[in-house]
Design a protein around this ligand. Structure first.
Ligand code: SF4
Ligand code: SF4
Ligand SMILES: [Zn+2]
Ligand SMILES: [Zn+2]
Length: 309
């Protein structure tokens, strides 16, 4: 659409000043004449009758669906939104929301189909929990990584034992973070982690399984006769033969191989957004139910009904 600015300016002789471009006046410009200040945000039109007339003649498909400015006037090659940052962000958010709605419908269908096959009368009583899924290949732990991990433990162990013996407040209370009053929700979350196979555990690769002296102290606290080498060997004994590629040394084929009471607080306390949502929906005294969904390597979804009392 081509605009004749001079013509548009001449249309503003109806009582308001038009000599200063809108940008200079600190207001958004009319999307038709591009000069006079717009009276409203959507659509951004000035008070000129000519601008309104021109605007109303535009086909709706030629307007940005977010800001309602003419697409051609803002130089967009996109079909439904213009190039303005706010409109591109709004379009991206809309796309994410649409994908989410489609995914939710697909999973509701999967739940209904599977429920029918399993003879579950009320599958919709099982909230869908769409888990992130890690399907990395298993690999032998490289010797160099094992040596680095051993060195990390050897540096921590003497400090941990000193902490444990002093009984300081820094000692991590072993495994207590999972012993919450929300037991059923925690158990069902643990089923989620087993299905997901430790998507979030990739972070453990860079952090030596998040282990700190306080973590080891929490465990050593139970047996104060333990020596530093024994503590190191005990932690090393849970490193599996094969681990998930580029992940934590304890990330085995079915998730974490380290007993919960030996893990770092963050490992026991972290819940990914789908599990946070599930926990929020689950009351401590009601049976916990969920339809846990994971993605297979071929992109298909796999669902599992889980019910705990
Ligand atoms: S918290 Fe559990 S379910 Fe969520 S990403 Fe981590 S391992 Fe997977
Ligand atoms: S210690 Fe276990 S829970 Fe923690 S990051 Fe490693 S595999 Fe995951
Ligand atoms: Zn105008
Ligand atoms: Zn726009």
């Amino acid at each position: 659409m081509s605009l004749n600015v001079n013509e548009a300016e001449s249309d503003h002789g109806l009582g308001h000043a038009t000599s200063a471009p809108a940008a200079r006046m600190g207001a958004k410009a009319c999307c038709i004449c591009l000069v006079a200040p717009a009276l409203a945000e959507r659509p951004p039109l000035c008070r000129s009758a000519a601008c309104r007339y021109r605007y109303e003649r535009l086909h709706p498909s030629r307007l940005c669906v977010h800001c309602l400015r003419p697409l051609a006037a803002v130089g967009s090659g996109a079909v439904s939104h213009c190039d303005a940052l706010a409109c591109r962000q709004a379009a991206a958010r809309q796309l994410v929301a649409e994908v989410g709605v489609r995914r939710r419908e697909e999973l509701n269908q999967l739940r209904a189909n599977l429920g029918r096959r399993r003879g579950i009368a009320t599958p919709d009583h099982f909230p869908v929990v769409d888990l992130p899924t890690r399907r990395a290949r298993l690999t032998r732990l490289p010797r160099r990584r094992l040596a680095l991990f051993r060195a990390h433990l050897e540096a921590l162990a003497p400090v941990a034992l000193a902490l444990a013996r002093s009984g300081g407040s820094e000692v991590q209370a072993a495994g207590t973070s999972m012993a919450s009053s929300h037991r059923t929700a925690d158990d069902i979350a643990a089923s989620g982690c087993a299905n997901c196979r430790g998507y979030c555990c990739a972070t453990g690769a860079r952090t030596h399984a998040w282990l700190r002296a306080e973590t080891l102290a929490g465990f050593a606290h139970k047996d104060l006769t333990m020596t530093a080498p024994a503590l190191v060997e005990h932690y090393l004994s849970f490193v599996g033969e094969r681990i998930s590629r580029n992940s934590c040394v304890y990330h085995g084929p079915r998730g974490c191989t380290l007993p919960r009471e030996m893990r770092a607080d963050i490992c026991n306390e972290y819940f990914c957004p789908p599990l946070i949502e599930l926990r929020a929906q689950t009351t401590a005294d009601a049976p916990a139910r969920a339809f846990l969904v994971t993605r297979e390597a071929d992109g298909s979804s796999r669902g599992q009904f889980v019910s705990l009392r």
